[in-house]
Design a protein around this ligand. Structure first.
Ligand SMILES: [Fe+2]
Ligand SMILES: [Fe+2]
Length: 220
């Protein structure tokens, strides 16, 4: 077995101990979705790194909001007032710092992908976009949320096909599909927060505007 395979197996076992069975199922789905997106879109991504980021993304999700705030402060993340009031939003950044400490993972793509999976980031790497979308598109999410995002990606859902062959499109087109899917996911998340009268992190709006702008520039 390669070192990376051993690390992946060990980290999966560690995640399984830290989360509920339901959450572990979600995480497994995210890993399947991430691998599927990275296989079908010609984006030249390292699938071992995608797997690690997917498996680790929710490794701190069972911590209470107050614990996440304490951890974020201890780890030097300097949570702002909004994040201290909405501690659950810190589970990504806290997980990134935790796996860095615990597993000595230093790869910035993996750490960013984990840290940015909830709110996104502007600007945002292709790698991080795939992790964000894999999380958003996991099978247990409602169909009315996921189907329009799959449609922007130009793919059928991973749970409805065994086809993993790359689409015959250019990498530029694949990146544009990703940006459109990111915009669709951002819009839907913001819509939902408005409907349920929950606060919106200012960065979620920045991320939405970032992708809107990116798409507009690409279509000029
Ligand atoms: Fe999460
Ligand atoms: Fe998740």
């Amino acid at each position: 077995m390669t070192n990376s395979k051993i690390l992946l197996d060990e980290t999966i076992a560690w995640v399984q101990e830290r989360v509920t069975a339901k959450r572990f199922n979600h995480v497994r789905g995210v890993a399947l979705a991430g691998d599927y997106i990275a296989s079908r879109l010609p984006l030249n991504l390292d699938k071992e790194k995608i797997a690690l980021a997917c498996w680790l993304h929710d490794s701190c999700k069972e911590l209470k909001s107050s614990e996440l705030v304490t951890e974020a402060k201890r780890l030097g993340l300097g949570p702002n007032a909004f994040e201290q009031e909405n501690g659950h939003l810190l589970h990504g950044p806290v997980a990134a710092m935790t796996v860095k400490e615990k597993w000595n993972i230093k790869d910035q793509d993996i750490l960013d992908g984990i840290a940015q999976h909830t709110l996104g980031m502007a600007p945002m790497s292709i790698f991080s976009q795939v992790i964000y979308l894999a999380d958003a598109l996991e099978e247990s999410r409602p169909a009315q949320f996921v189907m329009p995002i799959w449609s922007e990606l130009g793919l059928e859902p991973y749970f409805e096909t065994a086809n993993k062959s790359p689409l015959g499109i250019t990498s530029e087109q694949a990146e544009l599909n990703l940006a459109k899917a990111m915009l669709k996911a951002s819009d839907a998340s913001i819509d939902h927060l408005i409907k349920v009268q929950k606060p919106i992190h200012p960065r979620a709006v920045d991320v939405r505007n970032y992708f809107l702008n990116k798409i507009k520039k690409a279509s000029i």
